[in-house]
Design a binder for this molecule. Structure first.
Ligand code: KG4
Ligand code: ZN
Length: 341
């Protein structure tokens, strides 16, 4: 009973085919280079690019899964949150496909899908819900930083989120200040490997706040003032690496401290992490060490499932159809501001 899933909430056009918890194909076409010159995602360009890419990506996903369109038993797509014009392309195309094939359609919450992506492991990638454990899940992307208590499969509660910039946004904005291309997170990660994280002292906003919310705009501002006072610093290779490592260390400190504290408070034995920033090597190492120290099981999404992908949309949609058989009525619309509760 293969399910076809579509993701177009931001700047990745992705289509996947999943079957019985297994990812048969997951094709992702990233638009990062298209938006690079603008220093961020341009919604109108993203929508046009999704329109151009969706059919070739879908064809490839079906081909890689060795599944024909008439063998598809259900269709799913990201319904929100995301850029309205980008969401519209994938959501409406998926709805129309379901209508034409006379198959059920499921609209999926993008962040709810991230919650279960760390459970997809192995080759072929398969969702291991048989070993599911209640957990605290950290979702860190360019647009969102969320801490969520996942009590059971399809049963979660939002603990906290960012009050201003997301962690990825902070990486990207700091990168822009020091002249790196968008998105700067991967490059800051790379430069940091050769830098001293204690070279410069940057604030760790809200690290001691008992609430599970985050704030990263103050950190970005302090980097701006630091650069005003040290104008030539990014031109010196080693000082640039030290600066990147110091900023990265501040971001990672906050993320790890607050995630572990929530896990301890809620007495869960498992922590998971997903979203583009969870590719960050320092974050992965620090979470690994912190969880080992607390005897907490850590599940980090595999790199291909950290960033936006349709496989996670399909895995959740299949689970929803299986457990609740709830299909989304064919006349529903996108929900760009859909909040996770
Ligand atoms: O989840 P994602 O692909 O897209 C959404 O925002 O939905 O996340 C993209 C974000 C960008 O801000 C990018 O700079 C950041 O993830 N990112 C990283 C790394 N790889 C991607 N940040 C830090 N270190 C990385 N290795
Ligand atoms: Zn995402």
């Amino acid at each position: 009973m293969p399910l076809l899933a579509v993701e177009t909430s931001c700047d990745e056009t992705s289509v996947a085919v999943v079957h019985a918890g297994r990812v048969l194909s997951n094709v992702v076409s990233s638009q990062a280079r298209l938006h690079e010159d603008y220093g961020g995602v341009v919604p109108e360009l993203a929508a046009r690019e999704h329109l151009r890419n969706l059919l070739p990506v879908a064809r490839l996903a079906l081909q890689e899964a060795s599944v024909s369109a008439d063998q598809i038993d259900a269709v799913a797509a990201t319904r929100g949150p995301g850029l309205p014009s980008a969401l519209m392309v994938g959501f409406k195309a998926a709805q129309a496909t379901a209508f034409a094939l006379e198959r059920p359609f499921v609209g999926i919450h993008h962040h709810e899908a991230h919650l279960y992506s760390p459970w997809v492991k192995g080759q072929p990638p398969t969702a291991d819900f048989a070993h599911f454990q209640p957990n605290v899940s950290l979702i860190v992307s360019g647009g969102h930083t969320l801490l969520v208590h996942v009590r059971a499969v399809l049963d979660h509660h939002l603990l906290g989120s960012t009050m201003d910039d997301a962690a990825g946004e902070c990486f990207d904005k700091v990168g822009k200040l020091i002249g790196l291309a968008y998105p700067a997170g991967p490059e800051i990660d790379r430069l940091s490997e050769g830098g001293n994280p204690k070279a410069f002292d940057f604030p760790r906003p809200m690290i001691a706040d008992p609430k599970d919310d985050f704030s990263f705009s103050g950190l970005k501002t302090s980097v701006r003032y630091f650069l005003r006072d040290h104008p030539g610093l990014p031109d010196e290779a080693q000082r640039l690496r030290d600066l990147c490592a110091s900023v990265q260390s501040a971001i990672v400190d906050v993320l790890v401290t607050k995630t572990i504290r929530a896990a301890r408070r809620l007495r869960v034995g498992c922590v998971t992490a997903s979203g583009g920033v969870s590719c960050n090597r320092s974050l992965r190492r620090r979470l690994t060490a912190a969880c080992a120290g607390e005897r907490i099981v850590l599940l980090l999404a595999e790199r291909s499932f950290c960033t936006d992908n349709a496989a996670m949309i399909g895995i959740l949609a299949e689970r929803k159809l299986k457990l609740r058989t709830e299909a989304t009525p064919p006349d529903t619309d996108i929900l760009p501001g859909w909040a996770l509760c």
